[in-house]
Design a protein around this ligand. Structure first.
Ligand code: ATP
Length: 250
């Protein structure tokens, strides 16, 4: 009798090893991260939570190569990004990382369609039209592509920003409070889409959020407190996350 087993082998999309980050000098020094080890698996949706000032944005900035740690190593895929010079790091961010921030950062003079493929054009590549179309369809943007950002609602602008982040099929997408400027309906839609991008399109998403409901869309939540990763939760529910945050005082 043949026995077949299926084993899911997950690769690592990004990894921090012993990462510390200090801001300021002398008496004014702030340790935003203290010897943090984090592994983010490919094809999963991870949320980062913690009280205000616990180091969430700092950790995201280190993992995304937007800033450099004071000590420790960061890998994106197999690349040790802390060893890259500024130029190589800029190229890696452009080619392998997608960003969705609270402020949408769309170019006002360009249409939604032009904004979506802008990073690919800047990189001198051709967009994969079928892929971009599938993202646009999933985000419900097909009839908004000719509009400029000022002609779109906040939720639509954030969906354009999400489409732009996904358009080049980055190795990993980082989102920092992506629903922070949205009404709750638009926020729910965006979170649903990020989840779809992970489940159906195989993307990897890492999201910083204050909101337990937003975190419940993730597969896994990492909890930060005072610059440390203090715990994590698989298959989170909003209630379980809220309870844990009360312990942390967040
Ligand atoms: N550029 C900076 N210069 C000095 N201190 C900084 C800087 N950026 C962050 N910090 C400090 O580092 C600590 C962690 O900040 P960080 O923004 O990562 O926290 P956070 O968990 O994202 O907070 P919030 O939820 O309020 O956005 C805080 O004490 C903050 O004041």
């Amino acid at each position: 009798m043949a026995i077949t087993t299926s084993i899911t082998v997950r690769t690592t999309a990004a990894r921090a090893e012993g990462v510390s980050k200090f801001y300021g000098t002398g008496d004014a020094v702030v340790a935003a991260l203290k010897d943090v080890d984090v592994e983010l698996e490919a094809g999963r949706f991870t949320a980062i939570m913690g009280p205000s000032g616990s180091g969430k944005s700092t950790l995201l900035h280190m993992l995304a190569g937007l800033d450099r740690p004071s000590s420790g190593q960061v890998y994106v895929g197999d690349t040790l990004i802390t060893a890259l010079n500024d130029k190589a790091l800029t190229l890696l961010r452009r080619d392998q990382i997608g960003f969705v921030f609270q402020s949408f950062n769309l170019l006002p003079t360009m249409s939604a369609a032009e904004n979506i493929v802008l990073p690919i054009r800047i990189a001198g590549r051709k967009p994969d039209t079928a892929w971009v179309q599938s993202i646009v369809d999933k985000l419900g943007l097909a009839d908004r592509l000719d509009h400029r950002p000022t002609e779109l609602s906040g939720g639509q602008q954030q969906r354009v920003a999400a489409a732009r982040a996904l358009a080049s099929r980055p190795q990993i997408i980082f989102a920092d409070e992506p629903t922070g400027a949205l009404d709750s309906t638009s926020g729910t839609e965006l979170l649903g889409f990020l989840r779809t991008a992970v489940k159906e399109l195989g993307q990897t998403v890492v999201m910083v959020t204050h909101d337990p409901t937003a975190a419940s869309y993730a597969d896994r939540v990492l909890f930060l407190a005072d610059g440390h990763v203090v715990d994590e939760m698989e298959e989170p529910t909003a209630d379980a996350v809220l309870d844990f945050m009360k312990h942390l005082g967040g």
